[in-house]
Design a binder for this molecule. Structure first.
Ligand code: M6R
Length: 366
């Protein structure tokens, strides 16, 4: 059932070109410039006219929510708040009928996320679910929703569910932007075409695997890791760090790269591997200076870069290339080598990759 792979996690990582395509099938029709999300049809009006979008989730799904914050604000110009479900439910949040709440959950059974939904519902907000498991509690508790169609995810570390969540949220943001007129027709069609090519680019990104393995071999005994990114890659940095923590038991932290000088830079010495996500986007130059700052303190630099990059290549100890794409779609590619890195390090350390200690696939208690 592992399809010839040693672990479910590796199978699920490699399935991503297909799971993302499955997620977009029947929804995205780039040739005709169309996007159809059945689950949104009856609620499009509410969505379009919302004062605010509140996204609530836990763990990796919360990271997908952070990516969505950038997507919704960029394309649809509606303010977004992303909330840990466990905090949201207990702090008596201000919610009204004009809020559109999106709950993201792979399992659809996370207790805190379910409770956050019930709370928002009691205040009259519209609740939309982005779930992977069909018929799950969260899918049933929401007013409407969109399944991610990633197929069953068995490994405790979420991989293909994350990229499917981002795919759904990307389609929602594009649709919303187009409907609201904040995204021009030509830009919309251009982005739809680029999105359609994402599964093929994920396939290419996966080819870095043997390079990733070599890097894993070098750093598998490190005691700490730092992950840094900016903009759309900031949530990816958090996700890379979470993946490493949960399956390899190495302490890792993710930060927006600019926050480094407000504290974490004190940690950097020759023992510290720092993973930079330094793709060619609007924050590229800024990330390059952050890399210089780490280099000056002798940190070891592993950088995820855009194909053909020469500047970062000249500075980093190791580079991992991913294909170029629209800035907003980069997380779907940049997270791939980070998933592979955590996988290989965990395997080399003899960890139980699919069932890490102390963790369960769905957290049904608060
Ligand atoms: O099923 P959910 O998406 O609601 O689960 C949320 C988190 O428990 C989950 O993403 C967790 O952080 C993963 N183990 C991360 O890989």
């Amino acid at each position: 059932e592992k399809g010839g792979y040693e672990h479910f996690m590796l199978k699920e990582i490699n399935e991503q070109p297909r799971s993302i395509a499955d997620c977009m099938r029947g929804r995205l029709d780039a040739k005709n410039g169309r996007l159809i999300l059945g689950g949104l049809r009856d609620y499009m009006n509410k969505f379009q006219n919302a004062d605010r979008i509140i996204i609530t989730a836990c763990g990796t799904s919360w990271h997908a929510g952070l990516v969505a914050e950038y997507l919704f604000e960029e394309f649809a110009r509606i303010p977004v708040e992303v909330e840990y479900a466990s905090e949201f439910r207990y702090r008596n949040p201000v919610i009204s009928e004009k809020d559109f709440v999106i709950a993201i959950s792979q399992s659809g059974e996370t207790a805190d996320t379910l409770a956050a939904i019930e709370l928002a519902k009691s205040k009259g907000a519209t609740i939309f679910g982005v779930c992977n498991v069909v018929g799950s509690s969260i899918a049933r508790a929401t007013h409407a929703g969109c399944y991610t169609h990633a197929g069953p995810e068995i490994g405790v570390a979420s991989t293909k569910a994350f990229t499917a969540q981002i795919s759904v949220l990307t389609m929602m943001a594009l649709m919303l932007g187009y409907q609201r007129g904040t995204l021009t027709e030509s830009k919309y069609v251009q982005l739809l075409n680029e999105l359609e090519g994402i599964p093929g680019k994920v396939e290419k990104a996966l080819k870095m695997n043997s390079n990733v393995e070599k890097i894993a071999e070098i750093y598998k005994d490190s005691r700490n890791f730092l992950y840094l990114g900016r903009g759309y890659n900031f949530p990816v940095a958090l996700e890379g760090a979470l993946k490493l923590k949960e399956i390899s038991y190495i302490h890792a932290e993710g930060y927006p790269a600019a926050e480094m000088k407000h504290g974490p830079i004190a940690l950097i010495d020759e023992e510290m591997p720092v993973v930079f996500i330094a793709t060619k986007d609007t924050s590229y130059e800024k990330v390059v200076s952050n890399i210089q700052e780490v280099k000056a303190r002798k940190g070891k630099i592993i950088a995820v870069v855009t194909e053909g990059d020469t500047v970062v290549r000249g500075m980093a100890d190791h580079v991992l290339e991913i294909p170029d794409t629209a800035e907003a779609f980069v997380p779907l590619l940049s997270v791939i080598p980070l998933q592979q890195l955590s996988y290989h390090i965990a395997v080399m350390r003899g960890c139980n990759v699919d069932q890490p200690r102390n963790l369960a696939k769905s957290v049904t208690v608060e």
